[in-house]
Design a protein around this ligand. Sequence first.
Ligand SMILES: Nc1nc2c(ncn2[C@@H]2O[C@H](COP(=O)(O)OP(=O)(O)O)[C@@H](O)[C@H]2O)c(=O)[nH]1
Ligand SMILES: [Mg+2]
Length: 422
Amino acid sequence: MGRVPEGSETATIAVMGATGSGKSTFVNLVSGSSLRTSDSLHSCTEEVAVTEPFVVDSRKVVLVDTPGFDDTNKSDSDILKLIADFLTSSYKDGHTLTGLIFIHRISDHRMGGISLKNFRTFRKLCGEQTLRNVVIVTNMWSDVEPHLGEERERELATSDVFFKPALDQGTKLVRHDSSAGSALSIIRYILGNRPVVMQIQKELVDERKDISQTAAVGELERQLQEAKEAQRIEAERLRQEMEEAARVREEEERRQREEQARRRQEELARIEAERRRAEEQRQRERREWEHRMWVEEQERKAAAERQQRELEARIAEERRQREENERRRREEQARLERELAERMRIEEEARRHQEALEAQWRQAAEAAERERARQQREHEERMAEDHRIYQEALRVQRENAERWERELARRQQDDGGGCFIQ
Ligand SMILES: Nc1nc2c(ncn2[C@@H]2O[C@H](COP(=O)(O)OP(=O)(O)O)[C@@H](O)[C@H]2O)c(=O)[nH]1
Ligand SMILES: [Mg+2]
């Protein structure tokens, strides 16, 4: 590398490959640029990036960093359009590519889908005529056992599926050991080529095709179909797997159902045996109970009969007593009736006697009344007589008293006042 010479033709080299294969790192390493690189498989180069021109062996060189056809943010057709737009406009500006670098990680376990897809699209972009200007660069050798790397490299170079067809047509397969020296030697090798027109440039500019008619788009569509087919096959495989799994599951469920049915059957048999035992026990208890009931019934009957007999005896006794009482009562009644008749007779007699007595008494009373009235009269007459006599006596007495008083007074007069008692 060195100072950019005036007027010399610039060699443009495009770097392509899968995302994370190390394109930007390679470009930076050779050109001294500082394009963003990624630490993961998430892509950083989402646009086509062109380095500042730099000099290798007195040649002006620019490297074109491109996004891979597996960008996490852009579809494959968008990526293709980006690259095609760049190539078309630079071709129209009179620039052709001196070389194309396809980077492949030797550390990949095998050339899987993504790397292969990128390479196939890359090939359709380039066309058969430019394969002499193509260099396939294997990197990341430090990440793999040397013998394993060599084995993979051999497989890549000899398999028709991978790089062999391209190598057969002049493409070069080189190792890159991550050093600036190895990167530079790759650039130097490419600078020995004559610039070529890529197939897509011919198609789009010379043949004025629409991008949809280009071989690269055809390749992408084919890949899409392949992916769809693979997806369909995968879906079919999954469906078959699921069917198989469902069949196995059904078989397992059927087996489990049968097992459950068998267990249920056993359980039912056990329950039935249990039920039969319980039934026998119940029958036994029932017979015992019935026997007990029969014995109790017999005892109850005997007791009832005994009570009945006692009751009948008591009733007979009571009837006898009642009859005896009745007889006595009738006798008593007869006696009372006789007594009553006697008493009535006596009372009648007494009444008659009473009446007679009363009549006698009335007569006597009347007689007594008459007597009393007579005696009253006599008494009154006697009283009147007595009164008269009394009055007479009183009068006599009074006259006597008056006479005595007069006598006394006379005597006193006669005696000169001395006391005289008669
Ligand atoms: N070991 C090793 N790692 C590398 C090499 N080149 C790039 N890388 C790493 O690979 C990762 C992807 O690199 P990058 O240049 O961004 O890949 P791009 O997507 O192709 O541009 C980054 O972590 C780099 O540090 C290499 O030659 N050897
Ligand atoms: Mg990049």
